[in-house]
Ligand binder design. Structure first.
Ligand code: ATP
Ligand code: MG
Length: 423
């Protein structure tokens, strides 16, 4: 039986790459002082209607929503920020000065499945509450840049940034834009025609060439910014230059969620076609008010893990593989071997498999080599001695089974520099 369309099983060795990417994002976020938050996958439907916006693609077309047995309208979360703000209000965390959260987990959108676009996908997100200063946006931009660098992707992605005007200027600008677009309505694609009434800013996202040509002469978004906002932008640009982060200013970047206002950004790659955005984020100072709490400035981002995995596979970037080891022991000493295996795992804190099909030491070593195992630890017939052997350099060391905890903590360091080579 197949999984549902747009849903996938992820199995080894892919899971190794997933975990590698996730671990880099987790470690870096923890180092920047973000704490993990675990939030429900199901929420009240109105949470997303009120926050993401009823006229966005996500809420209007893509949500898995249904009534449960009590006729409560609920939805599988399509993104993480709305739930994070709900939780922040719900747990009284907004009375604190700042809160820094990261989350990792599945999101659900009923889109047309294709490479890089799935109905269940995984996001790693960060939300930084309590700071209205642009410094918090810069921290997120820097963190995302460092994460991409650690993943060796910085040469393959580029950063686009824009600044969406504050509430009043945004609606004044939207009116101007609608006026302009209505004068050219015949040249717009059908989707954009519909969006004029519902979500005109999103028309910037259209892939249609004729619509994009019309947009070229649209009133510039930067014209709607205040002096103060323009000063923030110029400060932001200087800071990014100082941090060595290259970017393109893109006035057409609007993002698909209504709650953004202020800095918005996306990291994209050319390698994944129309599914090229691997990370998106921005400032959403108004969201806590929209959900009925006091104002609480916030900025956030999220990485699409599925797309990072695809990109790394495409580029042939593999995680550094831990060098695996195997315990080889005569079959009549199997319990003793399990005991040794657990001691070795605890001492070296690395993978030690146990060879459960012993015929001869030589055959077991050959089998280990076929499984790309680098080190073997051979228990002798007496059950009292171990030979640790590096199958690549052929060096080996012999010890008593009582001396495991006297060994260095890395297998590489277990061999005398002069080598007890058997060649
Ligand atoms: P797109 O324009 O590609 O549809 P989006 O603007 O809808 O992306 P966001 O809501 O900003 O995406 O989500 C953040 C990230 O989550 C995206 O940059 C992308 O990496 C990932 N993402 C979003 N939707 C999907 C999906 N259906 N399948 C896989 N990854 C996704
Ligand atoms: Mg989308």
């Amino acid at each position: 039986m197949q999984p549902l369309r747009g849903f996938r099983d992820i199995t080894a060795p892919d899971t190794l790459l997933w975990r590698y990417i996730e671990q880099i994002l987790i470690d870096l976020s923890c180092q920047y002082g973000y704490d993990e938050v675990r939030l429900p996958l199901l929420e009240d439907l109105s949470l997303f209607q009120r926050s993401v916006g009823e006229h966005t693609d996500i809420v209007g077309k893509e949500m898995y929503q249904f009534n449960d047995a009590n006729e409560q309208a609920i939805a599988l979360r399509p993104e993480g920020t709305a739930g994070a703000v709900r939780a922040m209000i719900n747990n009284g965390i907004c009375s604190r000065l700042v809160a820094k959260w990261w989350y990792l987990g599945p999101m659900f959108r009923r889109e047309r499945p294709q490479k890089g676009r799935y109905r269940q996908f995984t996001q790693f997100g960060i939300e930084y509450f309590g700071i209205s200063d642009i410094a918090s946006d810069i921290e997120l931009l820097n963190l995302s840049y460092l994460a991409l660098r650690k993943l060796k992707l910085e040469q393959h992605v580029s950063l686009s940034i824009n600044y969406l005007p504050g509430k009043e200027n945004k609606s004044a600008y939207t009116k101007k834009l609608v006026n302009y677009l209505e004068g050219h309505i015949d040249l717009l694609d059908d989707d954009s025609k519909n969006r004029i009434q519902t979500n005109p800013l999103r028309i910037f996202d259209s892939k249609d060439a004729s619509t994009q040509a019309v947009l070229k002469n649209a009133p510039p978004l930067s014209g709607a910014l205040t002096e103060e906002e323009l000063a923030i932008i110029s400060y932001l640009k200087t800071q990014l230059n100082e941090l060595g982060i290259k970017f393109t200013w893109d006035e057409g970047l609007v993002r698909g969620l209504d709650y953004y206002q202020g800095v918005v950004f996306e990291w994209t790659t050319d390698h994944l076609g129309a599914q090229g955005t691997v990370c998106g984020g921005g400032r959403y100072d108004r969201l806590s008010e929209i959900l009925g709490a006091k104002p609480w400035p916030a900025t956030g981002l999220s990485f699409g893990i599925d797309r990072l995995v695809l990109l790394m596979n495409e580029l042939g970037i593999t995680p550094p593989t831990a060098e695996r080891a195997m315990v080889i022991a005569p079959s009549n000493l199997s319990t003793r071997a399990q005991n040794i295996q657990s001691q070795l795992i605890q001492h070296f804190e690395q993978t030690f498999m146990l060879c459960h099909q012993f015929s001869s030491t030589k055959k077991s070593i050959q089998r280990a080599q076929k499984q790309s195992i680098r080190f073997v630890v051979i228990l002798d017939e007496s059950g009292q001695h171990l030979t640790i052997k590096d199958l690549i350099s052929n060096q080996s060391t012999e010890i008593s089974t009582n001396d495991i905890d006297k060994l260095p903590t890395k297998l590489h360091d277990c061999f005398d520099p002069k080598g007890v080579s058997d060649e």
